[in-house]
Design a protein around this ligand. Sequence first.
Ligand SMILES: [Zn+2]
Ligand SMILES: [Zn+2]
Length: 202
Amino acid sequence: MYDALTTRYTFSCPVHGEARVLLSSFRRLERLPGTAHPAVYRVEFACGCGGEHPGLVTHDDLDWAPLGLGEHRSFLNLMTSRLDAAAGELGEVNVRRLEGGAWPWSFFCYPEERPRPVFPSSFALLAAEGPRGLVGVAVHCPVCGRVSVNLVSPEHVDLPFHNDAEVGVVEHVFGADAAALVEEFRAELHSASFDVRRLLLG
Ligand SMILES: [Zn+2]
Ligand SMILES: [Zn+2]
């Protein structure tokens, strides 16, 4: 499903049979109601064939497989981590980074006016049409629950621990309604009214 070497997810494509895509090629993520062990997310991704297709991703594949911790994350808490089971080499390196306080993913929460650590399962919408090849990402803040839209490099999304020093922030407080969010996300991305904020991460 997720290949840590190529940082790509494998889905099925009705044209090519198989599609291998980066996280930044995801367009929409939504947790399937009623799924818990494991939680499953329905995603739509932009495919190499030019279309957009649906796919399913487990919570572990979204948040922990990129860290090499897909099977061990139940022992891990982001801020106070302890890994009891033996993870692979990649997992060990990343656990040390987490213990050192590094954030694998982050975003700037506009309502709170501060950077926050986050996991891909908190991403709601992504769009590739930002200026200068940047990716627009709508994030549900895990702390305040509100949505912020940041403009980031594809690497900021695709590579754990690759945090942009500065990100574009849409100065707009988004509503909670999912359908309205899609509309607002599009409108704000094209308005190009971004303010640059420093993530100021270690
Ligand atoms: Zn396709
Ligand atoms: Zn927040």
